[in-house]
Structure formats: structure tokens, C-alpha cells
Design a protein around this ligand. Structure first.
Ligand code: ADP
Ligand code: ZN
Ligand code: ZN
Length: 818
């Protein structure tokens, strides 16, 4: 009998590839193990074994695998089923899912390595000039990569020369697959064991009395050991003894200190192992907890709708505690940006080192470690706190998933495929493990609330803030009127200035919120009206005052700010629109005696950028914080009394069917940062249109009115959650080509779905990175089979791809687009 495996490789192929294996390999291999396989002419990929069988492929001859890379599977059966679900629901390939799912440390790199054939005496006269160059280079370097050889020869394709050299037995080729993941080793020191006796020790200290710095290092080592009773890191010793690394090295060289290494996990818990008791719930939280547990008896998903600061997190904590006591793993999902040290510390205080964090800002090594801990069901990974991609972790015994801030749009991956929604995928994941899912939010998405109303999910509410803290007092300020009556200073109304003055003089802090979207400052010439455009995209460049640069937010293009108009040469250039930078400047002028900081994409780069600003606010080193969306996420600041929303209108007017829902969520979430203690908070919302229904609903905290009104609109205009939708985007550098292609595509879709197809349309930014875009939308009524719809779209897509003229057009399918 012959043996074969089907392998997933991390490239977007519609079908899995089949490879031939030996009987012994077939006995050893298990589904979920990695193998390295040849693909195409010369490529090697890491693949995942998907199926082991004995059916030879029909249309090609199966190649042999190169190597088996694991002793045991690195992903389990449930994970593979989840991958399959994602590929089919979100219309992408298993290869796409594999790329997203595995930490890149697990996707091995292949490099072709050439070395000299040392077994053979070479007669140099048989070598041509170019061959000699390679041979000569190998006298100095034991091995070369194909890429190096191309460089040495100054040609692109070195393969024919390499081939000749192999035939002449001058060189050997080895394909070397190596693992990128290396565990982190930490350097420790201890006193050499020849100094363990009291006598030797005294002698040593005497000897060192003439080397005071070295003496100090040894004394510090003693006191550190005594106080921590743990191994001493070189880094800690250097710091505590204020010694340079050369002093420590000298002690090691003399044989007084001994260095050694311990492999550590990068994501470390530094606590002392004495966990705090979880908090005692108040009556509302307690009632919610009971209701949730009751609902879980009949339902696998429950939505917890609890106002900001109602203590939802403490309710989650109780559920986590119970899951842990049943030896179940817990996944706590959060939007990337809400994954703050505040929350991590809070959970670590309760659950100690059982908490692991899985975050895209961590290195691939750190992620590989968490992966392995989860895979081995290690004590360290019983509670995984993670962003979107943590749904891919290889859980063993998952019992509970919490999706906090479930309304957050960032749970949906936008690019590249798989374009999955982590909340929805989490529910499927939980299902595979027969685990429960709790969705939590102060402002649930219409989707989830709708599902709850339809009794697909359980619904539990908490309407009171913890400790009877009042909801903040909301005030709408009509800035059209203020402008007319000259009561504005820059972007600040007199009301906002008054409230800021009061709050600050009482020693409270202030947060000012400016929506990121659509508020990029652009520059414009006062003489001819020209504003500098991105050469690659159809957008104006954004002005960044701090670096005096113009930048494109779509492709990253940068140029220096110009002194004169590039069109007419006039020096009168003005900046229009206002971003956080401009507000920051205005605040500094209005309140010169207070410390102002800004939190946006620019100021929070790097692993701890965000954390630094948050802790500065906590430590009250900042009086006024100006920020974007980032401010809204689950932060708990004791001393913030006033929140100002600089301008509510541009959120409301954004051309998107979710704009109203989102504005409601955003404003209520920022408002939730105000007055989280006994002092009642205040929220001021500036708008040109304060009578807008959404603003009225926000100011009365009336979720239900918002929900009902928005659902009417969704119903009337056939939008989610009433209708499902799939967005198809076509891209090409040639406008005419993408136009023709999109017309063809839309026409074929209309043949199948009639009026439920909209477009093709050019999006507001029609060209990005030199590619023109066209969108087509397919709306899917509830009664129409989703699977059949996708099947039909796939068929159309395949015919499309087979048309020669359209072959270079890129097609993006986005299911449940956001
Ligand atoms: P939410 O997640 O609903 O916004 P949190 O869980 O962050 O609310 O709770 C708000 C604040 O109230 C936090 O500082 C939290 O520590 C405190 N808190 C909530 N529940 C309790 C409780 N049962 N006992 C003591 N403090 C609590
Ligand atoms: Zn001009
Ligand atoms: Zn651009």
C-alpha cells in the first residue's frame, strides 16, 4: 500500500497538496504535525499535516516530503476544524488561515546552502571563469546561500552555474530548514562554590578590600540573595551594585563569580505568588452572575450589557475562578488597544502566574512561548488574555471565552485574509470545545443585541455603576450658536473652557476627545486652493506639525512641509481641519500652567508607548490629556472629572451605515472615563447639530432608543444584522481594466442575485498605493442560504479569474465587512 498526506502550506492555494510518505513515516506522523515539503521548482515550505491516507492524487505525481519537523502535533483537531470553518465562512484558503494562526517562529524558513565538496580534489583548469569565482569564494567561506552567489557573480539567475558545479562535483547542496524560534536565556551569577566556607569567604573579602568596587559587588550579591532567596540575574546585580559589566566580568574571570544561564519565558509574572482574593460582588453584580450561570444552562452564548464602571470585570473574574476550579482553560479576548497593563495586573493579582498574555506587540518568540504553554496545558496558561489572534491558540480544555468590549470593530481583521471577526469566530471556537462564551459591553453591537433579542443569546444587564457612582452629567454645546455669538476660542467653546477651569482648579484631570477619522489636518494654498496630494493615492497629504511633514495615511508616503505652494508658488499656505496635535497646541495656549499630553497613533508607538502615557495620567503627571479613540478603551482613571468631546459631527456624518451606531458607542465609552469615583463626572459634547437623535440618546444614556431606531434603518435599507453582506473589492493599477473587470463581475453577480447586488462603485479614496479600487456589495436576506450564496460567488470568481484580460486584477472577498 502507498501512503500519502495532504498538507496545508502557508500560501493561498485553493486545494491542499498531496505528498508521498513511507510506511514508517505514515506510522509516525499525526495530523497537526509540521513537515517540510518541496513546492514548485525550488521552494521549500513548512506545512501542517491535514490528512493521512492512501489515495494517490489523480492529476500529478506526489512528491516525497523532505523532513518531519515535530514529534507531536503542534495544533489539535479542534484547531484544524476551526481553520476549516474560517476558510469556508470567510472565503479564503487554509493556507491564509495557517499564516494568520501560527506564530511566524513556527513557519520555518528554507534557505539553500552551498558548500565546498571537501571529499574531492578539484582540478581548477576544468572550471570556467564564473564557476571559478564561486569555487574561490568557497575557499574563504564554508558555505554560501544561492542569494550570495548571485551577488558575487552579479547576475540574477545563478542556478545554471550552480547546476554545472554540482555536476562537476565541485560543490554540495544542502537544503537546510532551521527553526527561527530560540528560547530566551537569561544570564545569572552566583558565588563560585570554592567560597562556600566561612573561612574562604573572609579571606576573599579581605583580598578584595583593595578593590572596593569588586568588594561592593560581592556584598550586594549577599544582600540580594538574602532578601530574594532566588537566583540573581547579572542585570539585577549590575544595577543594584552600580557596577559596570567589566567589573562583573573581572570577578568571573578570576573565578570568584560563576555565570550560568536559565531558560525563561519572556512573558513573566513578577509577583510573589500570594494572590489576592477576588472581590465580593455587590447585589447587582451578584444578580448578574447568577443570571449568567442560569442562562449558560440552556445557552452557549450570553451577552452582558452593563453600563461603564458597573463592575463587569469583577463578574468575569468570578466566572474565571469557577472555570479554573473545574480545571478548564479560559480565553479572555480584548481589542488590542484595550489590553493594558492595568487589566493584566488586575488579573495577575487574582490568578498569579496562571495568566498569560498574547499580544501582537510581543515578539514572535514571546508568542511562541505562550503557544507552547497553551499546547501543553501548562499551569502558566490557564487564563490567556489576548487580542484577536489568540483565538488560534491550541487549547486543550477550553471552558470559557470572555469577549470584552464585544462591540469593538477592531475584532474584525481587515487585511490580509483571513478577514475574520474574532468575536464571531470565538463563538465557533467555544462551540468546538462545548465551552461557554460571555460577550460583554456597555454599548453592545447591534448584531449581538439583536441576537439576544432573538433569544439566540442570553441577555443579562447591569444598569448601576459600582458603588452607586452616578453616571456623568452630560451637556450638549451648540457650537454653531457659539460661533455666531463669538463665544469660541479656536475649537473651544466658552462652556468647555469654564468647565475645564473649574475641574483643573479643584485638582481634577481632564480628557479631551477628538475623533481620528476624517479629521486629519491638510494644508491648502490661500491663493490657488491647491493642496498637496499623495502621488500614489487619491487623498490629500496630512500635515504633521511636530515633524513638519506631510504624510499619506494610506501608503505612508512622506515629504517635508513646503514653504511655498507647489502649484502657484505662493507662500500663503494654511492648515485646515484639526487633529489632536492642533488641539494640544490650543490647550497649551489656553491653559499654560497645566501639563498637557497627547495620546494618538504618533505618541504611542513602541511596546510601552501607550503604557507610559497611561501611567503618567494615573500618577497625575498629566492634567489634560488630548486623545483619539484610544482613550475610550476600558481605562479606569480615578481623578478624571471632565471629558470634553471636541466635535461630535464628523463621526455622525461619516459615510458608513454603522456611523450612527459607532458614534453612540464611542461617545458613551469616552464619557465612561469621567467621574469613576464619588465625585460626579461631567461630559461636554460640542456639536453643530446638538439635536441629532444620536446625541440626544447619548446624553440620556438611552441604548434601547438607539437600538430601535437604528434597527429600523437597517431593516429599511437592508443592512446587517437584518441582511448579511459580502463586499467584493477589485484592484488594479489600470483604471480602465478595473472598471471593465468590475462591470463584468457585477453583471455576473446580478444574474445570480438580481437587485441584491450593489455597485460597482469607486470608494471615497479610489486609488491606494497606485491601485484603483472598485467595490461591489452583495446583500443576503436571512432566508437565502449563505453557503449556497458563497458557492455561487466562488463559481463566478473562478470564471472571472480564468478570463485572460482580468487575470492581473486582484480580488478581495470580505464576508461580514465592517
Ligand atoms: P466595567 O468593566 O464595568 O467598566 P470595572 O470592573 O472596571 O467596571 O469596575 C469599575 C471599578 O469598580 C473598578 O475600579 C473596580 O475595581 C471597582 N469594583 C467593581 N466591582 C467591585 C467590587 N465588587 N468590589 C470592589 N470594587 C469593585
Ligand atoms: Zn497655490
Ligand atoms: Zn498614499
Amino acid at each position: 500500500m502507498q501512503h500519502f498526506i495532504d498538507v496545508i502550506i502557508p500560501v493561498p492555494l485553493q486545494k491542499l497538496f498531496t505528498y508521498s510518505i513511507t510506511a514508517a513515516e505514515s506510522n509516525f506522523l499525526k495530523v497537526g504535525m509540521r513537515v517540510s515539503v518541496p513546492f514548485g521548482k525550488s521552494k521549500i515550505y513548512t506545512g501542517i499535516v491535514y490528512k493521512i491516507h492512501s489515495e494517490a492524487p489523480e492529476v500529478y505525481e506526489a512528491k516525497d516530503i523532505h523532513q518531519i519537523l515535530d514529534d507531536t502535533p503542534i495544533i489539535n483537531e479542534q484547531q484544524l476544524r476551526l481553520w476549516q470553518w474560517i476558510a469556508s465562512y470567510y472565503m479564503c484558503t487554509l493556507g491564509d488561515v495557517m499564516r494568520a494562526a501560527l506564530p511566524s517562529a513556527f513557519i520555518l524558513e528554507s534557505e539553500t546552502i552551498i558548500s565546498k565538496n571537501t571529499q574531492k580534489k578539484i582540478d581548477e583548469s576544468i572550471l570556467k571563469d564564473d564557476e571559478f569565482l564561486v569555487f574561490d569564494a568557497l575557499q574563504f567561506q564554508s558555505s554560501l546561500k544561492i542569494h550570495d552567489i548571485s551577488n558575487i557573480l552579479g547576475i540574477k539567475n545563478a542556478l545554471p552555474i550552480i547546476k554545472r558545479l554540482i555536476e562537476k562535483e565541485v560543490i554540495l547542496v544542502e537544503e537546510e530548514v532551521y527553526e527561527k524560534y530560540k528560547p530566551k536565556l537569561v544570564r545569572y551569577v552566583r558565588l563560585h562554590n570554592s567560597y562556600t566556607s566561612e573561612v574562604d569567604l573572609h579571606q576573599l573579602l579581605d583580598d578584595l578590600s583593595r578593590a572596593p568596587k569588586q568588594h561592593k559587588v560581592i556584598m550586594t550579591l549577599f544582600s540580594l540573595s538574602a532578601s530574594t532567596k532566588k537566583p540573581i540575574k547579572v542585570a539585577d546585580l549590575t544595577k543594584a551594585s552600580e557596577a559596570s559589566s567589566s567589573i562583573i566580568k573581572a570577578l568571573i574571570d578570576k573565578g570568584i563569580l560563576e555565570e550560568y544561564y536559565i531558560q525563561t519565558d519572556r512573558v513573566e509574572y513578577e509577583g510573589d505568588g500570594n494572590n489576592e482574593y477576588t472581590k465580593r460582588l455587590n447585589e447587582y453584580q451578584d444578580a448578574a452572575l447568577t443570571e449568567i450561570k442560569e442562562a449558560f444552562k440552556t445557552q452557549s452564548v450570553v451577552l452582558l450589557h452593563g453600563v461603564t464602571s458597573s463592575g463587569k470585570t469583577e463578574v468575569y473574574v468570578k466566572l474565571i475562578e469557577e472555570a479554573l476550579s473545574r480545571d478548564e482553560q479560559v480565553l479572555y479576548l480584548l481589542p488590542e488597544i484595550a489590553l493594558t497593563t492595568q487589566l493584566i495586573t488586575r488579573l495577575q493579582n487574582y490568578f498569579g502566574e496562571q495568566v498569560s498574555v498574547f499580544h501582537s506587540k510581543y515578539s514572535t518568540h514571546e508568542r511562541a512561548e505562550v503557544w507552547n504553554n497553551v499546547l501543553n496545558n501548562s499551569h502558566k496558561a490557564q487564563v490567556v488574555l489576548g487580542a484577536r489572534s489568540s483565538i488560534f491558540l491550541p487549547f486543550n480544555n477550553l471552558g470559557l471565552i470572555i469577549v470584552d468590549e464585544e462591540h469593538e470593530q477592531s475584532f474584525k481583521q481587515f487585511d490580509p485574509a483571513p478577514r475574520y471577526h474574532a468575536r464571531d469566530t470565538a463563538i465557533v471556537l467555544a462551540h468546538l470545545y462545548q465551552a461557554k462564551t460571555l460577550l460583554g459591553s456597555a454599548t453592545p453591537s447591534l448584531e449581538s443585541y439583536f441576537n439576544a433579542k432573538q433569544h439566540k443569546y442570553g441577555l443579562v444587564e447591569i444598569t448601576k455603576r459600582y458603588n452607586n457612582v452616578l453616571m456623568p452629567d452630560m451637556e450638549l454645546v451648540d457650537i454653531k450658536d457659539k460661533h455666531k455669538r463669538k463665544k469660541m476660542k479656536g475649537h473651544f467653546s466658552d462652556r468647555l473652557i469654564e468647565e475645564m477651569t473649574d475641574a483643573l482648579s479643584e485638582g481634577f484631570q481632564v480628557i479631551l476627545f477628538q475623533n481620528r477619522r476624517g479629521f486629519s489636518p491638510i494644508v491648502e494654498c490661500n491663493t490657488c486652493g491647491h493642496s498637496p496630494q499623495c502621488p500614489n493615492c487619491d487623498v490629500s497629504l496630512t500635515y504633521h506639525r511636530y515633524k513638519n511633514q506631510l504624510r499619506c495615511h494610506y501608503c505612508g508616503y512622506v515629504m517635508a512641509m513646503q514653504d511655498n505652494c507647489m502649484a502657484c508658488g505662493s507662500p500663503e499656505i494654511d492648515s485646515k481641519g484639526f487633529g489632536t496635535e492642533q488641539i494640544e497646541t490650543e490647550v497649551k495656549n489656553l491653559f499654560p500652567d497645566y501639563k498637557v499630553a497627547r495620546m494618538d497613533l504618533d505618541t504611542t508607538r513602541g511596546k510601552y508607548g501607550y503604557e507610559k502615557i497611561i501611567s503618567a495620567l494615573e500618577q497625575q503627571e498629566i492634567d489634560i490629556l488630548v486623545g483619539t479613540q484610544m482613550l475610550t478603551k476600558g481605562l479606569d482613571f480615578r481623578n478624571v472629572k471632565l471629558v470634553g468631546v471636541m466635535n461630535a459631527d464628523n463621526m455622525l456624518n461619516f459615510p458608513d451605515f454603522r456611523a450612527h451606531e459607532r458614534s453612540f458607542q464611542l461617545i458613551l465609552q469616552v464619557a465612561g472615563r469621567a467621574g469613576r469615583t464619588d465625585q460626579r463626572g461631567k461630559v461636554l459634547i460640542q456639536s453643530y447639530n446638538p439635536h441629532h437623535n444620536i446625541l440626544q440618546q447619548v446624553s440620556t444614556n438611552d441604548y434601547l432608543s438607539m437600538y430601535n431606531e437604528q434597527m429600523d434603518e437597517r431593516y429599511n435599507f437592508k443592512y446587517p444584522p437584518i441582511y448579511k453582506q459580502i463586499k467584493i473589492t477589485l484592484k488594479h493599477k489600470d483604471y480602465l481594466n478595473v472598471e471593465n473587470a468590475s462591470i463584468w463581475y457585477a453583471k455576473s453577480l446580478r444574474n445570480a442575485f438580481g437587485d441584491y447586488v450593489l455597485g460597482p462603485e469607486s470608494p471615497p479614496v479610489a486609488r491606494i498605493r497606485n491601485q484603483f479600487h472598485k467595490n461591489i456589495l452583495v446583500k443576503i436576506p436571512k432566508k437565502q442560504s449563505l453557503a449556497k450564496t458563497k458557492e455561487a460567488i466562488t463559481k463566478i470568481n473562478n470564471s472571472f479569474l480564468s478570463i485572460k484580460d482580468f487575470r492581473s486584477v486582484k480580488v478581495v472577498l470580505n464576508v461580514d465587512n465592517f
